[in-house]
Design a protein around this ligand. Structure first.
Ligand code: PHB
Length: 401
């Protein structure tokens, strides 16, 4: 047989064989803050995403994941919106991910509705965000997970009767106030004052706000601030004003005890109690492996926090969607694959609630303790399988739906 006819026969045989889908590039747009004070948040989430990717990339076969990262710059939502628009129309991303600040996720909702682009929320915590688009799935939290849980715990287990709430004055702060109040008052406590404490972009001087609380003498001061330098300043002001000696306990969501901020707080921060779904000190096998891999990749003095962990879990969700759809990332298929997705995460078992596309996870009541002369988080109690109480119990802003 002549070589040319052999070649034709081989080619003809190949044409009859099932064709493996060719390797392709999957573009994901990642919108996070990468400048100013909040750059630390963008870095933590990016590093969490990268860690999962590095550990699991062989599972994608020949497909290549391309992350196109954009800096959301400030928490207004304006920059994030323009970037989402460009990522969708120019870069043709198949999914979006990231979103530290609630206004960023909220501003992007109409765009993903229009273009039908699935978006994985890796931080932004205002409860209603997931109701703004059927293309949102949230791997982070709703402010109600921590706020409502802390409110109930403060009244039932810590036996506080009165509390004042201080909050950064934008959607997740207002949500935290509503969440804490609902849980605390349901269990018999009373919120006697609520103090707006400026916007998220700048860390305010907390002294005048805390001085007001000192005069009011509640059993507890519940604070929401958007983590970072705000959190360290809260602990410092509480200590400077000697409020522990006044018998006023400092409590809040874990945003005020972010792992990366504990080193910036005075030792007297020991005793703060928070409700949160993640702390680097959580004692479970997945978290031990996660923290060890993190330190190996990013340095022994580096620590993951709840944002980093959400980046890791968010990338796990993206991998799941790619594998479950065999790379055919049609929006409806992606969302169907995410609804009910379960994962054994560093924070414990998680699931995307198929009804709400919000996260179901454990809440840990933790206390800041002094351990080997540094501040650490000690778990006091675990509330398993918490669904966003705003939606599950139809409370506050979710009551109308
Ligand atoms: C938010 O804007 O939703 C947000 C930001 C930082 C946090 C928590 C929530 O620590």
């Amino acid at each position: 047989m002549k070589i040319s006819s052999l070649a034709i026969m081989v080619a003809a045989a190949a044409a009859l064989m099932p064709v493996a889908p060719s390797a392709r590039e999957i573009k994901i747009g990642v919108i996070l803050p990468f400048s100013g004070e909040s750059a630390q948040f963008g870095d933590q989430i990016s590093r969490g995403m990268q860690l999962y990717y590095d550990e699991h990339k062989s599972e994608l076969g020949k497909d290549k994941l391309v992350l196109i990262k954009r800096d959301s710059k400030n928490p207004s939502g304006n920059v994030a919106k323009v970037e989402a628009q460009e990522l969708i129309t120019r870069d043709h991303v198949e999914m979006l991910a990231g979103f530290v600040y609630s206004p960023d996720a909220m501003a992007v909702a109409p765009l993903i509705n229009e273009a039908k682009v699935p978006a994985i929320i890796m931080n932004a915590g205002t409860a209603q965000i997931t109701t703004m688009s059927p293309y949102f799935a949230r791997v982070s939290f709703s402010m109600w997970h921590a706020g409502y849980t802390m409110g109930k715990y403060a009244a039932e287990k810590l036996h506080y009767k009165t509390a004042v709430v201080g909050y950064t004055d934008y959607p997740p702060g207002k949500d935290s106030l509503a969440a804490f109040k609902a849980g605390f008052e349901k269990a018999g406590g009373k919120v006697i004052d609520a103090i707006p404490m400026g916007g998220p972009a700048q860390v305010p001087d907390f002294t005048p706000f805390f001085q007001r609380v000192k005069n009011e003498k509640p059993n507890a001061l519940f604070i929401f601030v958007p983590a970072g330098a705000h959190a360290a300043a809260v602990a410092k002001t509480y200590n400077d004003l000697n409020m522990k000696a006044d018998g006023i306990a400092l409590i809040g969501p874990g945003d005020i005890t972010q792992d990366t901020q504990l080193g910036q707080m005075p030792k007297e921060a020991a005793g703060i109690v928070t409700s949160q779904h993640y702390a680097a000190d959580l004692d479970n096998p997945q978290n031990k492996a996660f923290v060890a891999a993190w330190k190996k990749a990013y340095g022994a003095n580096s620590t993951p926090d709840f944002m980093a962990e959400a980046g890791y879990d968010g990338m796990a969700a993206i991998f799941h969607a790619i594998k479950a759809t065999k790379g055919d990332l049609k929006p409806a298929k992606v969302m169907a694959s995410l609804e009910g997705w379960k994962f054994q995460a560093p924070r414990g078992p998680i699931e995307i609630d198929p009804k709400t596309r919000d996260i179901i996870m454990n809440e840990y009541i933790s206390e800041v303790v002094l351990k080997d002369n540094h501040l650490a988080m000690k778990t006091l109690d675990t509330v398993p399988g918490v669904k966003d109480p705003c939606k599950a119990l139809k409370l506050g802003p979710c009551g109308k739906h």
